[in-house]
Design a protein around this ligand. Structure first.
Ligand code: FES
Length: 197
């Protein structure tokens, strides 16, 4: 073989060997041949999925902070409502009615109650009837005592009440969150918060 033929044979053998090794290594790695467009699509998908996941986490964290820092609703039903001491009735006097908060404050000999004015039968608004000295539901006739106990009609129990607190000046704050309302069968003295003003 001439030197030129040897050179040509060597180059051809080297090229064939490199192709064979490349193919062999891809087969061992289980990777199919190069498919640039698909590879790019996969990379773009992975990148977008990662960015999307990060975005969701950031949005959830931001939403949590906004929820925590957003001022709670006050002065309306669902929030805390403060009734000044001057508006608190004397013992057994006409209940104080708070329209935004949908409650009455009554003052029994045991203390104060904040009665949710929603009838526990089917939800009508129950007014105080001064002439009867009762709460009397106009829908189906349920009647409740001053302290909220049911005495007549289809209502199954006493009026629900909301938790309340009294500050050192006699102002009363009622928490009207419906999820926090207190159900009871009938009035007991411990339902009332003592009031010394
Ligand atoms: S809703 Fe009050 S008695 Fe029926």
């Amino acid at each position: 073989m001439t030197p030129l033929a040897k050179t040509i044979a060597g180059v051809a053998g080297g090229w064939a060997a490199s192709r064979a090794f490349g193919l062999l290594s891809r087969l061992q790695a289980g990777v199919p041949g190069p498919k640039p467009k698909k590879l790019q699509t996969r990379r773009a998908f992975t990148r977008n999925a990662t960015l999307g996941a990060v975005g969701i986490v950031v949005a959830e964290i931001t939403g949590g902070f906004v929820f925590l820092l957003w001022p709670k609703k006050t002065g309306a039903f669902g929030g805390k409502i403060t009734v000044p001491a001057l508006s608190i009735p004397k013992v057994n006097a006409t209940p104080f009615r708070d329209i935004p908060g949908k409650f009455f404050i009554v003052h029994t000999e045991d203390g104060l109650e904040a009665l949710y004015w929603k009838c526990v039968h089917l939800g009508c608004t129950v007014p105080w009837i001064e002439g009867e000295h009762h709460f009397h539901c106009p829908c189906h006739g349920s009647v409740y005592l001053y302290n909220g106990t049911r005495i007549a009609g289809p209502a199954p129990r006493a009026l629900d009440r909301f938790p309340l607190t009294v500050d050192d000046k006699g102002n009363v704050t009622v928490d009207t969150n419906p999820n926090g309302k207190i159900e009871r069968h009938e009035y007991t003295p411990k339902d009332a918060v003592p009031y010394k003003f």
